[in-house]
Design a protein around this ligand. Structure first.
Ligand SMILES: O[C@@H]1[C@@H](O)[C@H](O[C@@H]2CO[C@@H](O[C@@H]3CO[C@@H](O)[C@H](O)[C@H]3O)[C@H](O)[C@H]2O)OC[C@H]1O
Length: 376
C-alpha cells in the first residue's frame, strides 16, 4: 500500500449527528484559544524567547509527548508560527547530542529548558516525525531546523538504526517490528502503536527503511489484537510482546496511557480502513463505558474490574472514547460523541493530558485530522 492508498475521506461525525458547521467551527476555535492562549487555568502553551512549549500542568514539566502533540495540532490547523516555536524549543532543549541516547529527544525537561531525564519516550519521536512530514508538505521546507522533511527522515533513521555502531538501541524491535516502551527495554505500550503513522512513514522515510515501516504497520495492527481484551476491548498501559499486561511496576491495567488506544484505532480506520477488528473493538470499549457514570471513571483491570482509584484524566477518556466513533457503529457510538460534545475542556492542574486528547478528538470528529501529502 502506498500513501496514495489512504481513504482520502474525512468524516465530519459532528455534522452527521446534526451539529451545525458554525457550532463545530466555534468549538474548534474556542478550544484553540483557550488551550493555547487562554488564562492560567486553561492554557498549556507558553511562548518563550526561544520558541514555545506545552507544559504538563500536572507534573510541571515539558514532555516530548506534549511538544509533539502541540506540533500535530498546529499543523492540522495551519498554525505555522506556533509549530515553529514548539519545534525550535524542542530542538534547542530536548535534543540529545551525546550519550547512549544521542539523536533522540529527552522525554522530560523543565520549563527553563534544562533536562530532567536523559532518555526518550518513543511516542514523542513518532509524533514528531509525522508532524514534521505534514509541515513539509503543507508549508514547504525552510532553513534548518525548519527543513522539516529532512528532520523527519533523519529522526526515523535514528529510531531504526540507532545501536548499529554499538551506541544505544533502536526504538523498534527490529525482529518483531513493534515499538518499545523505551529503547533499552523489551516490552511495549499499546497506546504507542500507530499503524496509520507507519503507513505514511513507509511512503516518506528514507527508501531503505520503507519496507520496515510497511511491516511495522501490519505488526502493530496484529499486536493490538493481542493486547486489547477480547470482551471489554480494554488494554493495559504497558504490555509484553505477546500482548499480556506488564504489571511489574503497576502499569498492567487500563489507566491514563491506555485511553489513547480507542482514538488510535478510530484514526487508523479513518485513514486506512485498518481492519474490521477495529470496529468490533471500538464497539466493545464504548459499550463498556456506556454503562458507567463519567463522574466515576476509575482504574480498571483489562477484564473490567474497577479499582478504588479514580481516573486521573476522565475528560481525556471521554474524548478518546468519542474518537472511537470514527469506526464504531454500535449502539453507543452516538452517545459517546454527544457526551464529548457536551463536555467542556478541563481546567486546573491536571488539564494538560486531558486537553491534548480533547483536541485530537475535536479535530478527528470534525474531519480536521488529515493526512497532508506532498503537493504534486
Ligand atoms: O518512565 C518514563 C515514562 O514515564 C515516559 O512516558 C511518558 C510519560 O507518560 C505518558 O503520558 C502520561 C500519561 O499520564 C499523564 O498523567 C501524563 O501527564 C502523561 O504525560 C507518555 O505517553 C510518555 O511519553 O517515557 C519515558 C520513560 O523513561
Amino acid at each position: 500500500m502506498s500513501g496514495a492508498c489512504n481513504t482520502g475521506k474525512y468524516r465530519n461525525v459532528f455534522k452527521e449527528l446534526g451539529y451545525t458547521d458554525s457550532a463545530i467551527q466555534t468549538k474548534l476555535e474556542d478550544a484553540w484559544t483557550q488551550i493555547f492562549y487562554g488564562d492560567d487555568d486553561t492554557r498549556i502553551y507558553f511562548p518563550s524567547s526561544d520558541g514555545g512549549y506545552l507544559l504538563d500542568t500536572g507534573n510541571l514539566d515539558v514532555r516530548t509527548e506534549g511538544m509533539s502533540y502541540g506540533m500535530m495540532i498546529a499543523v492540522q490547523l495551519d498554525k505555522k508560527e506556533e509549530f515553529d516555536r514548539i519545534w525550535n524549543w524542542t530542538k534547542k532543549h530536548m535534543y540529545m547530542h551525546t550519550g547512549e541516547n544521542a539523536g533522540y529527544f529527552a522525554w522530560s525537561c523543565n520549563p527553563d529548558g534544562s533536562k530532567r531525564a536523559y532518555g526518550p519516550a518513543p511516542d514523542g519521536e513518532e509524533f514528531f516525525a509525522l508532524a514534521l512530514f505534514f509541515a513539509a508538505h503543507r508549508w514547504g521546507d525552510g532553513e534548518e531546523p525548519f527543513n522539516y522533511g529532512q528532520q523527519a527522515r533523519d529522526l526515523l533513521r535514528t529510531c531504526l538504526h540507532k545501536g548499529e555502531n554499538g551506541d544505544g538501541n533502536p526504538m523498534w524491535n527490529l525482529d518483531n517490528k513493534l515499538i518499545k516502551f523505551v529503547p533499552n527495554c523489551e516490552f511495549t505500550d499499546p497506546s504507542y502503536h500507530l499503524p496509520h503513522f507507519y503507513e505514511l512513514f513507509a511512503c516518506w522515510a528514507y527508501p531503505e527503511d520503507r519496507g520496515f515501516w510497511k511491516d511495522a504497520a501490519k505488526a502493530s495492527r496484529e499486536y493490538l489484537k493481542l493486547s486489547c481484551h477480547p470482551e471489554t476491548g480494554l488494554s493495559p498501559e504497558y504490555a509484553y510482546y505477546d500482548g499480556t499486561p506488564n504489571n511489574e511496576k503497576g502499569y498492567g491495567h487500563f489507566y491514563s496511557d491506555s485511553y489513547r488506544v480507542a482514538g488510535n484505532i478510530g484514526l487508523d480506520y479513518e485513514w486506512f480502513r485498518g481492519s474490521e477488528w477495529e470496529r468490533k473493538t471500538a464497539n466493545k470499549i464504548q459499550n463498556f463505558f456506556a454503562e458507567l457514570d463519567p463522574e466515576d471513571y476509575r482504574r480498571y483491570t483489562i477484564d473490567g474490574v474497577p479499582f478504588s482509584e479514580k481516573s486521573l484524566h476522565p475528560i481525556g477518556l471521554i474524548a478518546t472514547n468519542a474518537m472511537a466513533s470514527l469506526v464504531a457503529d454500535g449502539p453507543n457510538a452516538k452517545k459517546m460523541v454527544e457526551l464529548f460534545w457536551n463536555t467542556p475542556i478541563r481546567k486546573g492542574d491536571r488539564r494538560y493530558y486531558d486537553n491534548c486528547l480533547y483536541f485530537f478528538s475535536l479535530l478527528a470528529l470534525s474531519g480536521n485530522f488529515r493526512i497532508w501529502k506532498p503537493t504534486e
